[in-house]
Design a protein around this ligand. Structure first.
Ligand code: PGA
Length: 245
């Protein structure tokens, strides 16, 4: 399966910084063997879309669960699609935590994205407390089950990202074995839900960097990465991309 390396810029960037970062990425990218995307703040989608060329796909960090109308501040999937967006992160733990997004809302967001031809990158992951009480598998299965339930056979069109909350932005990465164990659980769940599960990519995210990416991505069920902090540093992001084979 072709790997996917997606950068998640979070709430970072400026017109000038984006231009420099995209210029460095385009100059350093070589080889067609994997897919690359950058998920950028909504106000920069048009700018980054124009800078991305056809080698880097454009991604959003969220999408509204509503189709259109009186939802001040929301951005619809149709609007994203008009700007050339190919991927949208849904259910990132920062949104689940700070914006109280439930499993049901996340599932609806995935549905809205799919309806507009955008591939949702569905994030699942346990907190440290949940890991310590042995609840990791139950939590990620519950989160993914909501998305499977709402999306039926379209589930084969999503990307899943396993992002243990305790590893995000902390410098603490899951070991390749810890990550693989959860990825295998997610793979089995997807397999039971779809005849086409073999084409669903499951990314790892959480302090993935130029030093640990290669080993993580040699695991059988890790099909790429969702990269936060390191995606803002062109040299590091390019190294991670190069290690995806
Ligand atoms: P990180 O973030 O790579 O900075 O840990 C990953 C993410 O939140 O998607």
């Amino acid at each position: 399966m072709k790997k996917l390396i997606a950068g998640n810029w979070k709430m970072n960037g400026s017109l000038a910084a984006n231009e420099a970062l995209m210029g460095a990425l385009r100059a350093g990218l070589s080889g067609p063997a994997r897919d690359v995307a950058v998920c950028v703040p909504a106000p920069y989608l048009a700018q980054v879309g124009a800078l991305a060329g056809d080698v880097i796909a454009l991604g959003a960090q969220d999408v509204s669960a509503h189709e259109q109308g009186a939802y001040t501040g929301e951005v619809s999937a149709a609007m994203l699609r008009e700007l050339g967006v190919r991927y949208a992160i849904v259910g990132h733990s920062e949104r689940r935590q700070y914006h109280a997004e439930s499993d049901a809302v996340v599932a609806l967001k995935a549905q809205r994205a799919l309806a507009c031809g955008i591939t949702p990158i569905v994030c699942v992951g346990e907190t440290l407390a949940e890991r310590e009480t042995g609840d990791t598998e139950n939590v990620v299965k519950r989160q993914l089950a909501a998305v499977i339930h709402a999306n039926g056979h379209c589930i084969s069109e999503v990307v899943v990202a396993y992002e243990p909350v305790w590893a995000i932005g902390t410098g603490k990465t899951a070991t390749p074995q810890q990550a693989q164990q959860v990825h295998a659980v997610l793979r089995a769940q997807l397999h039971a839900a779809s005849a086409h599960s073999d084409r669903i990519r499951i990314l790892y995210g959480g302090s993935m960097n130029a030093g640990n990416a290669a080993e993580l991505m040699t695991q059988p069920d890790i099909d790429g990465g969702l990269i936060g902090g390191a995606s803002l540093k062109p040299e590091d992001f390019l190294k991670i991309i190069a290690s995806a084979r």
